[in-house]
Design a protein around this ligand. Structure first.
Ligand code: SF4
Length: 398
């Protein structure tokens, strides 16, 4: 097992395993009990009646903060991932591949075998107390969703938020989870001390399609209501309309009512991106497509040929031409505030100049601290937010 990077190697599990409740599993899909018990830092593996089909692997993490690699153009320097795997189970989730590092598969295991760092807030508190801590923004939701269903059982986020705010550390959260509402009072209080950036991912307006491709998530309506609740609590929320699915959610007929609903919910801005299909996700996605929309398989094969993870540039240009005017129409441009120096949504017709290169903060300030979080969760890495149009600002995000 490759667990060493995120669990406490020296923790002995014998006595805890021996006293584990009856819900501890004796045989897990793809795993033998002895193999599970050998996980460094492993406390117990358990199921719960209210989480049918899910298995929780509780571990003691030895670290909470993950440093974003030097040279990365992500607009934050640190991340926290209290969970590995995600019960939201989005078919397109690019984070699926990361589960393979734990010797789980990127398909059903990613959706159901959830690793829980039960001591993450406590460890974080110790890390933030170090004199060397620089109070850079910390992003949650960069790999898997922090407000997935398991959070209802383990309630790790309040401790994390409290620890960050207590150490004057800006907080950024990206989620699809309506469980966010539970923490809105705490986040509103924290926002008096530190910048708090919230983003909700809402990409599919069609209910049946949304339930099919994001089977473990709250409905689009529930997420819109969560955006409104956050606004009512005094917090700004940006919405990620991503991934936009070719031939399924990319028409004006789909996008316009979705953007109107997002505007009506009180969101500050919208960022969008076409579907991104990394190699570990591609077979899983195409299997779903073949079951649900077999007629679209040839079209998707043309849009994502071979090992290509991005849709063709022609498609992304076409999408840009369709969605950007709608984003403008509903006043949802990614504005970035007073410090912004470049328009991230230039008119498609203005394209043509050579794209400027190099890291540019979305706020135009060129700084990581306090910068708005940009998408890097399972919604899609290397998102073509700015690069659909030659000549558009190219922040070199990932
Ligand atoms: S896309 Fe986000 S919410 Fe969906 S499974 Fe991946 S991490 Fe979870």
């Amino acid at each position: 097992m490759r667990w060493n990077g995120q669990s406490a190697g020296a923790i002995r599990i014998g006595s805890k395993q021996a006293n584990a409740p009856s819900s501890v599993t004796a045989a897990l899909p793809g795993l033998e009990l002895a193999e599970v018990a050998a996980m460094p830092g492993h406390l117990r593996t358990t199921r719960a009646p209210e989480f049918a089909g899910m298995v929780f692997h509780e571990v003691l993490a030895k670290s909470a903060l993950n440093r974003v690699p030097q040279g990365s153009s992500m607009p934050f320097a640190w991340t926290i991932n209290p969970y590995r795997g995600c019960s939201h189970a989005c078919v397109y989730c690019f984070a699926r591949g990361s589960h393979q590092y734990l010797d789980f598969d990127a398909g059903a295991d990613f959706d159901s075998q959830i690793v829980v760092k039960v001591n993450v807030a406590e460890v974080l508190g110790r890390e933030l107390a170090k004199p060397s801590w620089g109070r850079d923004m910390v992003a949650l939701g960069t790999n898997t969703d922090p407000y997935q269903r398991a959070e209802g059982r383990y309630a790790l986020l309040p401790g994390i938020i409290e620890a960050l705010a207590a150490r004057e550390t800006p907080i950024s959260i990206l989620t699809k989870g309506t469980l966010l509402r539970r923490d809105l009072p705490l986040l509103a209080e924290s926002s008096k001390r530190v910048p708090v950036e919230l983003a909700m991912s809402i990409a599919v307006g069609d209910h049946a399609l949304q339930q099919s491709i994001e089977p473990g998530t709250p409905t689009t309506r529930a997420r819109l209501e969560t955006v409104a609740a956050a606004r009512a609590a005094g917090l700004e929320v940006d919405v990620f309309v991503m991934p936009v699915l070719p031939h399924l959610t990319d028409t004006a007929r789909h996008l316009e009512p979705l953007l109107r609903d997002i505007r009506d919910a009180g969101a500050r801005s919208v960022m969008y991106g076409a579907l991104h299909l990394r190699s570990a996700v591609k077979p899983w996605f195409f299997a779903w497509l073949g079951r649900e929309y077999p007629d679209l398989v040839p079209a998707y094969q043309r849009l994502y040929p071979g090992a290509s993870s991005k849709a063709t540039q022609a498609y992304r240009l076409e999408l840009a031409g369709r969605i950007r005017p709608l984003i403008r129409k509903y006043g949802l441009e990614f504005s970035g505030g007073a410090g912004r120096s470049r328009d991230p949504y230039p008119p498609v017709a203005a394209a043509g100049a050579r794209a400027p290169r190099g890291p540019v903060s979305p706020r135009g300030a060129g700084t990581r601290r306090g910068a708005r979080q940009l998408p890097s969760t399972g919604e899609g890495a290397a998102l073509p937010l700015w690069d659909e149009v030659p000549g558009a600002p190219a922040p070199t995000l990932f």
